[in-house]
Write a protein that binds this ligand. Structure first.
Ligand code: HEM
Length: 497
């Protein structure tokens, strides 16, 4: 009881102090926003899909909006031209990341690239990853591994499809393919359910994703961080031990088998870098482990989610599915499977993937942080503000995208808009300094898997469900995936049965 009273008194004192400060600062012109409540600010306006809630609020308050999440001043950006100000004009001011409780424990004190504060450390880590792990040459070196794994999934689906009209959980298949592709590239081997700990690899990764995505009270009320009312810190500490043991074991195995290897996975490459001593900054096992966590977290869920959404939209739009199958038939033929080298000749596939990534923003709200005070569009943005570029709102802006809520790949016919961060109305991989360094790899995997699934199978929904009845409910998280798994009936369609 005494602890609760002490907490309430503490909250009151901090709040009173905060309001006083606010009144002094209020002479500055902040961006418009909804009316907030004492202490919690605007937290009560956010539900389980905050990107959708912010979009609704932006319709009333505009593309540059001020909200307060607990004690954290937050700026929500919802239009392409305003996003350009944050990600290009003043990118150097908004390229940092806020404190992240999960990364404190799972990434050795925020030593990973995703959550690192903007500065020399992040710059060095990013350079190391883009030059050595995510370069075109490195990505190409895993091409035959990707072919094998995708064919392996197709074979397993084909075997299941032999049983008359079997319903498969395609979400689970895609997610396990994505985990295998990532593990083989990063660790050199796949991890089975019994690895990591008794709960299994998948369950532990899901727990990490869940904890990382759960809003932590300490992020919005920093003085509450130490009390850990939600028990998140305790769970993160436990999980960090499991991860650390697993990653240490992997590094040890790599150290022992290094001389016998021909091809190098990410762990081998990083051990080479560590031993060469050529980095301009301290680089030891902790840094290797933090990067490994990054690669797992950043690659597995995002690519699987993108594929899942694109297939969802194809199922909802059978005429688009047919048109894509026709293109695949013409370019590849019904005797062969899709190869990576075919992708550059598949123009309609390119449009389908762009449109899928536009309509379903995989990572709609990755926070940035302001390192200095700044004036944008005549509004004051204070140092330390959390910046939320709402990619979901930008990519569904009806002023830029006619019929924005519709899945219409043809909108890209004759258009030069691309997805690489140059065009601010379409930013599935972000833009500027903090844009996605795994973009090239992500695009290859998404295009290849979508093409292969559509080329090799005809797809039907179970229980006579009509295409328009397939739901598009979202589940906000590190990657914003389908709320419900995608259940479908495949029929193999190639002639090499
Ligand atoms: C379809 C797949 C993917 C999508 C849609 C995607 C999207 C994004 C987005 C939106 C960001 C944040 C941009 C911002 O902060 O404004 C990001 C950051 C990042 N992504 Fe990806 N990503 C994908 C795949 C990958 C892959 C395959 C990897 C690595 C193997 C990767 C590694 C990263 C990393 C390390 C960051 C943080 C960069 C930094 O903070 O400097 N991503 N991604």
């Amino acid at each position: 009881m005494a602890v609760i009273w002490a907490t309430l008194v503490l909250i009151f004192i901090v709040y009173a102090f905060y309001e006083l400060l606010n009144n002094i600062q209020n002479r500055k012109r902040y961006p418009p926003g909804p009316k907030g409540l004492p202490i919690i600010g605007h937290l009560h306006l956010l539900g389980k899909n905050p990107h959708q809630d912010f979009l609704k609020l932006a319709k009333t308050h505009g593309p540059l909006m001020y909200v307060r999440l607990g004690l954290v001043p937050t700026i929500v950006v919802s239009s392409a031209d305003t996003a350009e100000k944050f990600l290009k004009t003043y990118d150097h001011i908004f390229a940092s990341r806020p404190h992240n409780e999960a990364a404190q424990y799972l990434a050795y004190g925020q030593k990973n690239m995703i959550n690192a504060k903007y500065g020399p450390y992040w710059r060095n880590m990013r350079k190391l990853c883009t030059q050595h792990l995510l370069s075109n040459q490195k990505i190409n070196s895993f091409q035959s591994m990707r072919r094998q794994q995708v064919e392996f999934m197709i074979k397993s689906l084909k075997n299941e499809a032999c049983d008359h009209r079997v319903v498969v959980d395609l979400s689970a298949k895609i997610s396990s393919l994505s985990a295998d592709l990532t593990c083989l590239m990063v660790f050199g081997k796949k991890y089975m359910d019994e690895d990591l700990d008794k709960r299994g690899f998948k369950a532990v990764i899901e727990e990490a994703e869940h904890l990382a995505a759960t809003p932590h009270l300490g992020e919005f009320f920093p003085f509450l961080g130490v009390i850990d009312l939600q028990g998140i810190t305790r769970r993160l500490k436990d999980l960090s031990k499991v991860f650390d043991e697993f990653l240490e074991k992997i590094i040890d195995e790599h150290v022992q088998s290094r001389d016998q290897k021909q091809s190098k996975d990410f762990v081998d490459t990083m051990l080479d870098i560590m031993q060469s001593g050529e980095t301009e900054f301290q680089f030891d096992r902790r840094h290797i482990k933090a990067i490994l966590v990054d690669m797992l977290v950043a690659a597995v869920g995002t690519t699987a989610t993108a594929i899942e959404w694109i297939i969802t939209e194809l199922l909802r739009h059978p005429q688009v599915m047919k048109k894509l199958q026709k293109e695949l038939e013409q370019v590849i033929g019904l005797e062969k499977m899709v190869k990576e080298s075919d992708l550059e000749n598949l123009n309609y596939l390119d449009m389908v993937v762009k449109e899928g990534l536009r309509l379903h923003s995989v990572a709609p709200l990755i926070p940035h942080e302001a390192v200095e005070d700044c004036i944008v569009n005549n509004f004051y943005i204070q140092k330390g503000s959390r910046i939320m570029i709402n990619y979901y709102a930008i990519q569904r802006d009806p002023n830029i995208w006619p019929g924005a809520e519709k899945f219409l790949p043809e909108r890209f016919v004759g258009s030069s808009i691309d997805i690489r961060g140059r065009d601010f109305q379409l930013l599935p991989f972000g833009s500027g300094r903090r844009s996605c360094p795994g973009m090239q790899l992500g695009i290859i995997i998404v295009q290849l898997v979508v093409a292969q699934l559509v080329h090799c199978f005809d797809w039907e929904l179970p229980n006579g469900m009509q295409p328009c009845e397939l739901d598009v409910e979202e589940h906000f998280g590190l990657a914003t995936s389908r709320e419900h798994p995608l259940m479908v009936i495949p029929t193999y369609r190639l002639n090499n049965a």
